[in-house]
Design a protein around this ligand. Structure first.
Ligand code: GBH
Length: 455
């Protein structure tokens, strides 16, 4: 069946500042928590850092040409806070703003709508030294930075989001510590989650209606046993509802608060916070990669072969994550496109209506350049299946307005360094040569016809 998307559906691709820019110490940029973390031995695979990354800071004009050749209607990227406001406080850096102004103008000249993410994980190190996201003041600092960025770019950028995946910043950054700043304290992780939400609310108050991107999961119990159903309820609470409910309903879910009681009394939540956090959203971004299938504790059995993973889930450390033997990507994440339909239809059914965008979806596979070409049929199949899922959701009435492939190009995959390739465009890190993969040509054709060819 051919699938045609609604007119004006926003086709894009996404990146993030620390993953592509490089130029870590240029033009006044100061270190972020990811500079510190990646330069700490043992934190990233191979000791990889974002010092150079894709050198996008110097190659952005050519990168926009590649976007234009693909026919992208929109490009989602993040601003580097320590480039725009070195040290995390004080006035804006003109050199930092100039870089993004030039990029935005080049995008607009090419008919590509810029989509700005204010924060994709690169907190200025000074603010971490002052307490980081577990400290309430960081939320105020963020609103101040959001104001500087919006004052400088608000005249030409229409689409703004505050945070990318606050779950990762809070629970990977301060819970399991597999992401920067690499701290491990369940109470701090819960405080961080709240202050990220508060930062969103304060930014909305300062600059007006602004969206946010969450990484949402389809969640299934491993069986219909009571303990497994309860594990699914708890992980849904900690992955999805802990952010969705404050943003869209103005309250933390009661069951999540109860589950968190052993690690947090929630006394950091002050009067008025939830009113700010639930300022109506102009749109909600959804990043979808896979499903979590979970089982409850079995007495006498260690929760998981990978304890670190469990520490990403404060209050639910005894939940076991189960694999089903589905085909996986190079990240070992099971490929589950129906989970995207579920995630989108669930949002539309259970929460107040808000325009939705898939702000990230994609897959890592081992890619090789052979005779100047990169054949990546598995990535094409992944995108195809997930775009059909998007179409199914739209047909079911979900207000899905756009889709962004992760990622425009191979880049620094956080703790995995340069070992995982998510790009539509291959990057040779030794030469910085870009090679559009088969998936890039395929995606260009999808955009051109505003849909998918017959199966
Ligand atoms: C996104 O995060 C990021 O926004 C992007 O920067 C990144 O490059 C891209 O995806 C690819 O990874 O089961 O406890 O081990 C992905 C979100 C969150 C997905 C953590 C995997 C594992 C949590 N990730 N999750 S756990």
């Amino acid at each position: 069946m051919t699938t045609t998307f609604p007119p004006g559906f926003l086709w894009g691709a996404a990146t993030a500042a620390y993953q592509i820019e490089g130029a870590a110490a240029e033009d006044g940029r100061t270190p972020s928590i990811w500079d510190t973390f990646s330069h700490t031995p043992g934190r990233t695979v191979g000791g990889d850092t974002g010092d150079v990354a894709c050198d996008h800071y110097h190659r952005w004009r050519d990168d926009v040409k590649l976007m234009s050749a693909m026919g992208l209607r929109s490009y989602r990227f993040s601003l580097s806070w320590p480039r725009i406001q070195p040290g995390g406080s004080g006035p804006a850096s003109q050199r930092g703003l100039d870089f993004y102004r030039a990029l935005v103008d080049e995008l607009l000249d090419n008919g590509i709508e810029p989509w700005v993410t204010l924060y994709h994980w690169d907190l200025p190190q000074e603010l971490e030294d002052a307490g980081g996201w577990p400290a309430r003041d960081t939320a105020r600092r963020f609103a101040d930075y959001a104001t500087l960025a919006h004052d400088a770019l608000g005249d030409r950028v229409r689409l703004w989001t505050t945070f990318n995946e606050p779950w990762c910043s809070a629970f990977l950054g301060y819970g399991s510590g597999v992401h920067a700043p690499g701290r491990s304290d369940p109470g701090d992780a819960v405080r961080a989650a709240h202050h990220l939400l508060l930062g969103h609310g304060l930014a909305a108050q300062a600059v007006g209606p602004i969206g946010i991107t969450l990484n949402l999961y389809a969640i299934s119990p491993a069986s219909s046993a009571e303990v497994d159903l309860d594990a699914a309820r708890r992980i849904d609470g900690m992955a999805n509802r802990i952010f969705l409910d404050p943003l869209l309903r103005g309250a933390y879910p009661a069951d999540v608060v109860a589950d968190l009681a052993p690690v947090s009394d929630m006394s950091h939540v002050r009067d008025g916070d939830l009113e700010l956090i639930s300022t109506p959203l102009p749109m909600l971004g959804v990043n979808y990669y896979s499903r979590h299938v979970v089982a409850g504790p079995v007495p006498g059995v260690t929760p998981s072969p990978c304890w670190r993973k469990q520490t990403s889930w404060p209050g639910s450390e005894d939940v076991r994550f189960v694999t089903r033997g589905f085909p996986v990507t190079d990240m070992n994440w099971e490929i589950d496109a129906p989970g995207l339909v579920e995630t989108l239809t669930r949002l539309a059914a259970e929460y107040p209506a808000v325009p939705l965008y898939v702000t990230e979806n994609g897959a890592a596979f081992v890619d090789q350049v052979v005779d100047g070409e990169v054949a990546d049929p598995q990535r094409v199949a992944y995108f195809d299946a997930h775009l059909r899922a998007c179409h199914e959701a739209i047909t079911a009435g979900v207000p899905l307005r756009g889709y962004f492939a992760w990622s425009l190009m191979d880049n620094f995959e956080w703790a995995w360094g340069y070992t995982k390739r998510f790009g539509l465009i291959h990057v040779d890190y030794a030469t910085q040569l870009r090679t559009p993969k088969t998936s890039a040509r395929w995606y260009a054709e999808v955009i051109r016809r505003n849909g998918l060819a017959a199966e």
